[in-house]
Design a protein around this ligand. Structure first.
Ligand code: SF4
Length: 211
């Protein structure tokens, strides 16, 4: 059994009160840079990505530059973000694709974004919400874990969770809720040691630290 509508309303209110202003922590000047930074953020902290992306974007700020950069140089710059072989291949191919197919303009359309190398629904939704101002649910590891603990979903597949949350959460809260859950996951509802005694959602939560 999931959360009732009144509990969902309470959840949104509590999170809005705790995190009234939320925005992506990934530094960027353009939608393209946010897209690349988001690919780099897999299995890496935003802080480390920001250090690396500063150097990367100083040298290769746009699709043309990054798409034609030497793969070895990209690997050298992004090495410390982990999984650098795959990430380097993906960001180079992604940049080249945007340069060739979209005249260097990141498409504002999820069906086109997910055809770019290294871009899945999570990355596409980050770009749609943070760079273009669309409402979008971003199912990262925090959103997935907390949605299950709270009882917002019983699914484990991120795409199914995204669609389920779109059904039960009012559309004007999609982007903020995603970021609020990410902040909340880092601060309170940790994967290994959730701080249930100090949790403002304790009364609502179905797991209360049991999962
Ligand atoms: S009560 Fe515990 S498991 Fe539930 S949301 Fe709060 S910290 Fe997470």
């Amino acid at each position: 059994m999931g959360l009732t509508a009144s509990k969902i309303t309470a959840l949104l209110k509590i999170l809005r009160k705790r995190y009234p202003v939320v925005k992506t922590q990934l530094d960027h000047d353009t939608p393209f840079q946010l897209l690349i930074a988001t690919i780099l953020s897999a299995q890496c902290t935003d802080k480390q990505v920001n250090k690396v992306s500063k150097k990367l974007f100083e040298k290769y700020p746009d699709p043309k530059g990054l798409g034609h950069a030497a793969l070895g140089d990209i690997k050298r710059i992004i090495y410390s973000t982990g999984f650098y072989n795959n990430k380097a291949k993906n960001i180079k191919a992604c940049a080249l694709d945007i340069f060739n197919r979209y005249d260097s303009v990141v498409p504002e359309d999820i069906s086109k974004l997910v055809t770019l190398p290294g871009v899945g629904r999570k990355t596409a939704n980050v770009v749609l919400s943070a760079a273009f101002g669309h409402q979008a649910i971003v199912v990262d590891t925090h959103v997935l874990r907390i949605s299950k603990r709270l009882g917002l979903t019983d699914k484990t597949d991120p795409t199914k969770i995204e669609y389920e949350l779109m059904e039960i959460i009012p559309e004007n809260s999609w982007s903020d809720l995603s970021l609020q859950l990410i902040y909340f996951g880092r601060e309170i509802c940790d994967a290994k040691k959730p701080l249930c005694e100090a949790c403002p959602l304790f009364k609502i939560c179905l797991a209360k630290g049991k999962k």
